[in-house]
Design a protein around this ligand. Structure first.
Ligand SMILES: NC(=O)c1ccc[n+]([C@@H]2O[C@H](COP(=O)([O-])OP(=O)(O)OC[C@H]3O[C@@H](n4cnc5c(N)ncnc54)[C@H](O)[C@@H]3O)[C@@H](O)[C@H]2O)c1
Length: 358
C-alpha cells in the first residue's frame, strides 16, 4: 500500500481540521465522509471532493482507515464497528466517556489486528516534547511538582449548540473531559503517570448536568505532587498553562509556548543541590538564561504551537504507522491514561474528596 484512503465519520465542528490536515499529508487521502445527518455528509463531500457514504459500512468499504469525529460518548460504539470491518481507527479525544467503553474499543482493535489511536494533538508540540524530555532525562533534577491549569470560558450558547454538550451520557462530563483532557494528558505524560487524586468539582455558572469548575490534588507515580485545575466558567478564558518543577529547574508553558525555562545545567549534571541544600546562583546562570531566551524566542514562531498543525502531525504519524507497519505515537492504550485520571477525579469529587488510587 502506498496511500491510506481515509473515511471520516461525524461532519460537525472539528471534522474540517482533519480534512484540511489530510490534504497536506503525503500518503493520505480523504475518500469518503459519513454523518447521521446525511445532508451534512453531502455538504462535506462537496467541499472536500469525496464520496458521501450513507452508512458506516459503505464508508468502510471505501476506506483503509477511519477517523471518528462523533460526540464523545459514541466513539467506542462507532470505532468498534469500524475495527470489526478491518479498518484502522483514529478517534477524536476522549477515547470514550467511560473506562469500560474505551476498553471495548481497545479490545476490538486488538482482536481485529487494526491500529487504534486517539487524538491528543498537543503531544506533537515541540515545546511539550522538549519539556517531557527535560523532565524525564534529569535536566530539571528530581521532579517535585507538576501543575496543569485550564481556566477556559464557554458561554451557555456553546453548551446549547449541540444536545450532547454538557451531558453525562455523550460528553461524559464537563470542563475536565472535554476541555481539560488535553493538558491532563500533557502533565501526566511529562511527569510520568498519576498514582492518586483528591478532587472537588462544581457546576457553577452554566445550566448543564456536568462540572464547569474542577480542581484536583495529584500524586504522581514518582512521588511528585501537583494540581489540576479546569474550568469553562472563568471569563474571558486564559491560555492553558503547565508548570513543572524539578530540584534544579522550572519550566512554564503557556498555550504550548515556553514562558520560562530555568534549569541549572551544572546542578542537574552533578547533583549539586540534591539532599535539600538551598539553591544558589551559579556561574552557569548565564548559560541557563541564554537557553531560556532561545527557547522562548523560538517557541513564539513555532508552527507546532499553531491550531491545526498538531492534528496534521498526529494524522501524518498515524498514516505512516499504517504504511510502515509500526505502532502510532499515541496508541489506544496510551489514551486510556487521561480518561482514568478524569474518572478518578469524578469519583473522588462524588465521595467528598476521598483519595482515589488509579
Ligand atoms: N482535539 C480537539 O481539540 C477537539 C476539538 C473539538 C472537538 N473535539 C472532539 O471531536 C468530537 C466532535 O466534536 P464536534 O465539536 O465536532 O461536535 P459536533 O456536534 O459539532 O459534531 C458531531 C457530528 O457527529 C454527527 N453524529 C452524531 N452521531 C452520529 C452517529 N451515530 N454517526 C455518525 N455521525 C454522527 C453529528 O450529526 C455531527 O455532525 C468530540 O468528541 C470532541 O470532544 C476535539
Amino acid at each position: 500500500m502506498s496511500e491510506v484512503r481515509f473515511g471520516l465519520i461525524g461532519c460537525g465542528v472539528i471534522y474540517k481540521t482533519h480534512a484540511d490536515a489530510l490534504a497536506k499529508i503525503d500518503g493520505a487521502k480523504l475518500v469518503a465522509v459519513h454523518d447521521i445527518v446525511h445532508e451534512k455528509a453531502c455538504e462535506a463531500a462537496d467541499l472536500y471532493h469525496c464520496a458521501p457514504a450513507k452508512t458506516i459500512q459503505e464508508l468502510c468499504e471505501l476506506s483503509d482507515a477511519v477517523i471518528v469525529c462523533t460526540p464523545s460518548g459514541l466513539h467506542a460504539e462507532v470505532g468498534v464497528q469500524v475495527a470489526q470491518s478491518g479498518r484502522h481507527v483514529m478517534v477524536e479525544k476522549p477515547i470514550d466517556t467511560t473506562r469500560a467503553k474505551a476498553q471495548s474499543l481497545v479490545d476490538a482493535a486488538k482482536l481485529a489486528g487494526v491500529k487504534l489511536a486517539t487524538i491528543s494533538q498537543h503531544r506533537f508540540s515541540s515545546a511539550i516534547q522538549r519539556t517531557r524530555e527535560a523532565a524525564q532525562n534529569g535536566e530539571l533534577g528530581d521532579l517535585l511538582a507538576g501543575d496543569a491549569y485550564v481556566k477556559w470560558y464557554r458561554t451557555q450558547a456553546y453548551y446549547d449548540s449541540g444536545d450532547w454538550r454538557g451531558t453525562w451520557a455523550l460528553d461524559g462530563g464537563g470542563c475536565l473531559i472535554n476541555q481539560g483532557i488535553h493538558m491532563i494528558d500533557m502533565i501526566q505524560w511529562i511527569m510520568g503517570g498519576v498514582k492518586s487524586v483528591q478532587a472537588q468539582v462544581r457546576t457553577a455558572s452554566h445550566d448543564i448536568e456536568v462540572e464547569d469548575i474542577a480542581q484536583a490534588l495529584i500524586e504522581y507515580k514518582n512521588g511528585a505532587i501537583g494540581l489540576i485545575y479546569g474550568s469553562t466558567s472563568f471569563y474571558p478564558g486564559l491560555a492553558e498553562r503547565l508548570e513543572v518543577h524539578g530540584k534544579h529547574g522550572t519550566v512554564i508553558l503557556e498555550g504550548d509556548r515556553v514562558k520560562m525555562w530555568k534549569a541549572d545545567p551544572v546542578a542537574a549534571a552533578e547533583g549539586l543541590y540534591g539532599g535539600g541544600v538551598m539553591m544558589q546562583p551559579t556561574p552557569n546562570q548565564h548559560t541557563a538564561d541564554q537557553n531560556e531566551a532561545d527557547l522562548v524566542a523560538s517557541s513564539i514562531d513555532d508552527p507546532t504551537s499553531k491550531w491545526g498543525e498538531q492534528h496534521r502531525l498526529q494524522l501524518e504519524d498515524f498514516t505512516w504507522a499504517i504504511l510502515d507497519g509500526r505502532e502510532p505515537f499515541i496508541t489506544g492504550e496510551a489514551s486510556m491514561e487521561p480518561l482514568k485520571i478524569i474518572m478518578a477525579i469524578y469519583q473522588s469529587a462524588k465521595e467528598d474528596g476521598r483519595r482515589i488510587y488509579l
